[in-house]
Design a binder for this molecule. Structure first.
Ligand SMILES: Cc1cc2nc3c(=O)[nH]c(=O)nc-3n(C[C@H](O)[C@H](O)[C@H](O)COP(=O)(O)OP(=O)(O)OC[C@H]3O[C@@H](n4cnc5c(N)ncnc54)[C@H](O)[C@@H]3O)c2cc1C
Length: 563
């Protein structure tokens, strides 16, 4: 069999390598229009901070290595410019010599990726000081420009994971970074309530975060925004999303799907059965919504590549669709998410609820312990887990991976509650935050207790709601919700007459654990109208801080306390 592959990075190289592992006799040729194959796209931003000093390290395999080790003919600087799906050949252009030639195939795999969007409406978008970050050549160009021009201040447009990683790495080497994002939040896979922790982290690290702002033009060392603001920027990195590379596919009549990406069946075949497509260029099905979507991530690309190569040789895989699991490191925080967020649950009409927990990532006595802020989204009334988001300094990715596994297996809160996870003091708690949050969710689902979220507290304070802080007096003195009454948990049983029975009462402590215990006690004593402020004082401080600083609005806590 003669197999051709278009694109020599995540998906393409994986198809080629898998095909070789299945059949030693097949001829495998891989075309890459850039000068490098098999590079680590995901590590590109780390060259900007010098964490990866030599850009050559980003390239994991040279064509010669692929040829020697795998007998794959990897041709760099060669662009496939046309496909004839009927006579089954491609036309290739050698970008160094201009020469064009044909190569026939039995099976063809497309993994052309996605291009970084450069919105045409922005004046100056193609200026010499405007960069994108897609490959090794891009990052070298950007880094050279920074060094040669001794750039001190710049703008990154787009608050997705590429924009944030570029931002972080440049801040680390002392650059002043303006991060411009059109939405009211960065990292759209997270919900607005959770993302405030990330906004705070960026703010604390000196990033000038400009939300709900659109770039109009780039000129004379400045970026002009539609709000009328002018930002000093010696260069601009455009990270405003990616668009599937479909030009080649369209030209030969390969069908695109409703999202504009290449349409494939569950075996990654296009409408021409001998042409497969994988990676960022294709349309995928979301496992939970059943809707078509796009998902530009490395894991799915590699999984699809293996399945496509296997299918060429007659072996099919289960194709369960995607759920969208991702993570990012940002200054001192790790952030991870999987499945659906609340915005998507609303968009797709799920009946859902959320449970929050703030739990230590390990036992308190172990150095380095830090809280994990965890949000779990589940279907009502089934308890089926739909999604989760976690933020903290510790291993949030591990917690999210547990949830991703559960979602994949159609797991429920009941399963999550019972999940037996490994524990020793260095790694977690005997009841890990994921088990704990399942318990919170089950309590809510079974109407054992009621909650309000930290995002609702401002309204409660402004409307004079009865808020009880059950932390001890010294904790209260260090900072509390304006107007809250302090009845420490240790005194609650002697001060029940201070708690009204004829109006809602909102309880909190530092992270909700004490408040929950008090609520259960009150409920058994006939207090029916008690609510837990999920996230409690710690969550509230993190939620409010960035918004308070940047909008100048009135604080609803006397002092923030992040400890
Ligand atoms: C800066 C950055 C950071 C990222 N970080 C993460 C991360 O942390 N986690 C994660 O899961 N994902 C991450 N990704 C996304 C991940 O890299 C992609 O999802 C993955 O590489 C997609 O694989 P692919 O094969 O579809 O496309 P690519 O890896 O982009 O490869 C496509 C290749 O095809 C070539 N090509 C296109 N058309 C032709 C043609 N006609 N002829 C020849 N060659 C052609 C292109 O030059 C390109 O090199 C990141 C991406 C970037 C850019």
């Amino acid at each position: 069999m003669k197999i051709l592959v278009v694109g020599g990075v995540a998906g393409g190289a994986s198809v080629a390598a898998r095909a070789r592992r299945i059949d030693e006799k097949s001829e495998v040729i891989m075309f890459e229009r850039g000068p490098h194959i098999s590079f680590s796209n995901c590590s590109l931003p780390y060259h900007l901070s010098g964490m990866i000093q030599d850009s050559a390290e980003l390239v994991l395999m040279e064509p010669m290595g692929l040829s020697k080790k795998f007998n794959i003919d990897a041709r760099v600087n060669q662009e496939v410019i046309a496909i004839d799906p009927h006579d089954k050949f491609v036309t290739v252009k050698n970008l160094l010599t201009g020469e064009e030639y044909r190569e026939s195939y039995d099976k063809l795999a497309l993994s052309p990726g996605a291009e970084a969007v450069r919105p045409g409406a922005i004046e100056g978008i193609n200026n010499d000081n405007v960069f994108v970050v897609k490959n090794v050549v891009d990052i070298e160009k950007l880094q050279n420009y920074i060094v040669q021009n001794d750039v001190a201040e710049l703008a990154v447009v787009g608050g997705g994971f590429i924009g944030l990683e570029v931002c972080e790495n440049l801040v680390k080497v002392g650059k002043k970074v303006h991060l411009i994002e059109a939405l009211d939040q960065v990292m759209n896979p997270l919900d607005y309530d959770m993302v405030q922790l990330l906004h705070k982290e960026m703010y604390d690290n000196g990033v000038d975060l400009l939300l709900k702002e659109r770039v109009v033009s780039i000129k004379d060392g400045k970026v002009f925004l539609d709000s009328g603001k002018e930002i000093t920027a010696e260069l601009v990195v455009m990270a405003a999303g990616v668009r599937p590379e479909t030009t080649l596919a369209k030209q030969c009549g390969i069908e695109l799907g409703e999202t504009g990406a290449i349409l494939v069946n569950r075996n990654y075949q296009t409408n021409y059965p001998d042409i497969y497509a994988v990676g960022d260029a294709i349309e995928v099905t979301h496992k939970l919504t059943g809707k078509k979507t796009k998902l530009a991530l490395a894991g799915p690309a590699q999984r699809q590549a293996r399945a496509a190569a296997d299918h060429m040789f007659g072996k099919s895989h289960n194709n369960n669709g995607v759920i969208g699991s991702s993570c990012i490191h940002m200054f001192n925080l790790n952030v991870a998410n999987t499945g659906l967020n609340e915005k998507q649950c609303k968009q797709f009409g799920f009946n859902y609820d959320v449970a929050y927990s703030i739990f230590g990532d390990r036992v308190k006595l172990i150095p380095g312990v830090s809280p994990i802020f965890f949000k779990l989204i589940y279907e009502v009334p089934t308890g089926r887990v739909l999604g989760a988001q976690a933020i903290g300094k510790g291993a949030v990715d591990k917690r999210i991976d547990v949830i991703a596994t559960l979602i994949f297996m159609n797991g429920t809160l009941e399963h999550l509650k019972e999940l037996e996870l490994c524990y020793a003091p260095h790694f977690s708690l005997a009841r890990d935050v994921v088990n704990q949050t399942a318990l919170v969710g089950l309590n809510l689902l079974q109407n054992d207790f009621k909650q309000v979220r930290v995002s609702e507290v401002r309204e409660l304070v402004e409307s004079g709601a009865f808020i009880v802080d059950v932390r001890e007096a010294d904790e209260f003195a260090e900072g509390h919700i304006v107007g809250a009454k302090n009845i420490p948990m240790s005194q609650i049983r002697g001060r029940l007459d201070e708690i009204p029975r004829d109006q809602p009462v909102y309880l909190h402590c530092k992270s909700s654990q004490r408040a929950y215990n008090v609520i259960r006690a009150l409920q058994t004593l006939g207090f029916d109208n008690v609510y837990c402020i999920s996230g409690s004082f710690l969550g509230l401080c993190f939620h409010e801080y960035y918004l308070d600083q940047t909008t100048g609005r009135q604080k609803i806590v006397t002092e923030y306390n992040f400890a």
